[in-house]
Design a protein around this ligand. Structure first.
Ligand code: AMP
Length: 580
């Protein structure tokens, strides 16, 4: 077991004592820090994130800094964001868009995306951002399943990905082009033109905290993508997690590297920093190690929220960040989206002077649910402990029943007690699929995990990625973590390959670190190491060396795709596959 680490770099945390905060926590008490719409007219994300700050001390504070590909920047204060989002809200009203109707964005990380999100919340319509790298078919699937009425996009993306599909999208009424100055026909319009003609004052209508605000598509392991719907009340989770997990302090500069096409890029790339009144940095460009470190330096980033894939890519390189870049402002590095191996946590400690703090959540939960907190002892490889206000448990699940397992170390389904503010309220048009996620008062996450005697949660795997070999249940993460310890291994993914004798055989796909070649000696050495650590029954019996692992755009290893390819089966929904 790797050594434990206590972070001492910042003496005053918003959550100085996890245990006592967990026991005294109340969502109602936290809600008092939000303002609510004037005149008791409810709760609206855009008001909490922007307008209330624009009306107070933070009016001229930098709210959003967008870094373009060429490194030039565009800055927006809270007042700028208030006015621009008001304009966008007026554009939607002028087009006749009503409460609950769906406004999509397909743009990349440009300012218009952020303004459109806030403006959409203001009119109580529902915002759905898409990855701009999606091909025409995934775009079509989402626009059509999500009942898109308005699409904000660029001329190039429109022509390449949407124009050929227009005939198949009868509900799509307006396409607003961000880079078109001339107002087009009745359907394809210039966003700039409409924004200029619209007023920059907008009175947010009464908003029920339970009114839908956001739609995020998430790929299932089988079937088509599901549209998880989130409500305005989710802003309370964003506020609380920004404060207690990411430890936002007044004046902080925050950078979340996720694209809003993935829920992390919306909950934490838009809402959480703004609702907490800090400065949110956005980079238009994708991963680039040198660029990323220089952004951390130049922008004096205090809190950096990224993903294991990015960290593993950095680990593969020969960089000495603290010697090569001035990173003295960096106070917290967080990670989400995939298991963060102990090696990566320790890499952070060694190379950045900060252990990478893993946290767990998913599209359906709308915000961070289990986390490592800066004031809490870190057990590298663990996801940490439940957020105050969240009750998590390990359970055994049958067709109809649920049985909570309390013995420490027992493996089972990770479940959460229903009812936190950012819990998804539906899978759009798929009520049966939604209902199946619940047993009584518990939400079933689809992940397997263990809780140790100290209350820390340890990820085991997706319930559907579990391998059964010689009667043992093997979680891929457990095997991958050991493989990652081997000096030659940069990344590993493990699947179960059907075997007539042992049911399934553990097979590993391995990306080697720079400078190593995948030959038989290395293969034998890795297998021997895994056997020593895991035992012969659990260690991989087969190893394949690959140059990249198939991953989603949010960095998740697509084990089911590796398995389908291995077995020559149909690949299923690959719309979120990252192309290298
Ligand atoms: P998504 O809805 O695309 O964000 O995917 C959510 C899933 O990603 C979870 O159900 C987990 O399987 C995985 N995941 C997210 N964060 C973590 C983490 N910290 N450790 C392990 N798995 C994670």
């Amino acid at each position: 077991m790797p050594e434990e680490i206590v972070i001492t770099s910042h003496p005053v945390h918003n959550l100085p004592d996890y245990e006592s905060s967990y026991h005294s926590f109340s969502w109602q008490k936290e809600e008092q820090y939000l303002t609510g719409l004037p005149g008791n007219k409810g709760l609206n994300i855009a008001y909490e994130a922007v307008d209330r700050h624009a009306a107070g001390k933070l009016a001229n504070t930098l709210a959003l800094r967008c870094i373009r590909k060429d490194r030039s920047t565009r800055d927006f204060t809270y007042t700028d964001l208030q006015r621009l989002s008001a304009r966008f809200a007026n554009v939607l009203v002028n087009l006749g868009i009503k409460k609950g109707e769906k406004v999509f964005a397909l743009t990349g990380r440009i300012p218009e995306l952020y303004i459109a999100a806030l403006g959409t919340f203001k009119v109580t319509a529902v915002f759905c951002p898409l990855f701009s790298a999606f091909g025409p078919e995934p775009v079509f699937q989402r626009l059509s399943r999500g009942d898109a009425k308005v699409l904000v996009t660029t001329r190039a993306l429109f022509e390449k990905k949407v124009a050929p599909l227009l005939d198949r999208l009868p509900l799509l009424q307006f396409i607003l082009l961000t880079d078109e100055e001339v107002v087009g026909n009745n359907k394809v319009l210039s966003l700039q033109g409409l924004m200029q003609a619209a007023s920059d004052e907008f009175l947010i209508p009464a908003t029920n905290p339970g009114d839908p605000a956001l739609l995020h598509f998430t790929s299932g392991t089988t079937g088509m993508p599901k549209g998880a719907l989130h409500v305005h009340h989710a802003v309370l989770t964003h506020y609380v997690t920004g404060k207690y997990v990411l430890d936002f302090q007044p004046g902080d500069i925050f950078w979340c590297t996720a694209d809003p096409g993935w829920v992390t890029g919306t909950s934490y790339g838009i809402i959480a920093p703004l609702v907490n009144g800090i400065t949110n940095v956005v980079d238009e460009e994708d991963f680039d190690a040198a660029r990323w470190f220089s952004i951390l330096e130049e922008q004096k980033v205090n809190i950096w929220y990224t993903a294991p894939t990015a960290i593993r890519r950095l680990m593969r390189m020969n960089i000495r960040p603290r010697e090569e870049y001035k990173l003295q402002f960096l106070r917290l590095v967080g990670s989400v989206g995939e298991p963060l191996h102990a090696e990566a946590v320790l890499w952070g400690e060694e190379k950045l002077g900060l252990p990478v703090l893993d946290n767990w959540w998913q599209t359906e939960t709308g915000g961070i649910m289990i986390a490592n907190y800066p004031s809490l002892l870190v057990k590298p490889g663990s996801m940490g402990k439940p957020l105050p206000g969240i009750e998590a448990a390990i359970a055994e699940i049958t067709d109809k029943d649920i049985n909570i397992l309390t013995a420490p170390g027992t493996q089972g389904h990770l479940v959460l007690k229903k009812g936190w503010p950012s819990m998804f309220c539906a899978y759009l048009h798929e009520d049966e699929r939604y209902q199946k996620c619940f047993r009584g008062e518990w939400y079933i996450t689809g992940d397997l995990a263990k809780r140790d005697a100290d209350g820390y949660y340890w990820f085991v795997g997706r319930a559907d990625d579990i391998i059964k070999t010689s009667g043992h249940m093997v979680g891929p993460f457990e095997v991958e973590s050991i493989l990652m310890e081997h000096t030659t291994v940069a990344e590993a993914a493990v699947i179960g390959k059907p075997d007539p004798v042992i049911g399934e055989m553990v097979k590993a796909f391995i990306v080697l670190k720079q400078g190593f070649t995948g030959n038989e000696n290395v293969q034998q050495d890795i297998i021997a190491y895994a056997r020593k650590k895991l035992g012969a029954a659990v260690a991989p019996k087969e190893i394949a060396f690959v140059s990249e692992l198939p991953k989603t755009r949010s960095g998740k290893i697509l084990r089911r795709l590796l398995k389908a390819r291995e077995l020559g089966l149909p690949e299923g929904d690959t719309s979120t596959l990252e192309q290298f």
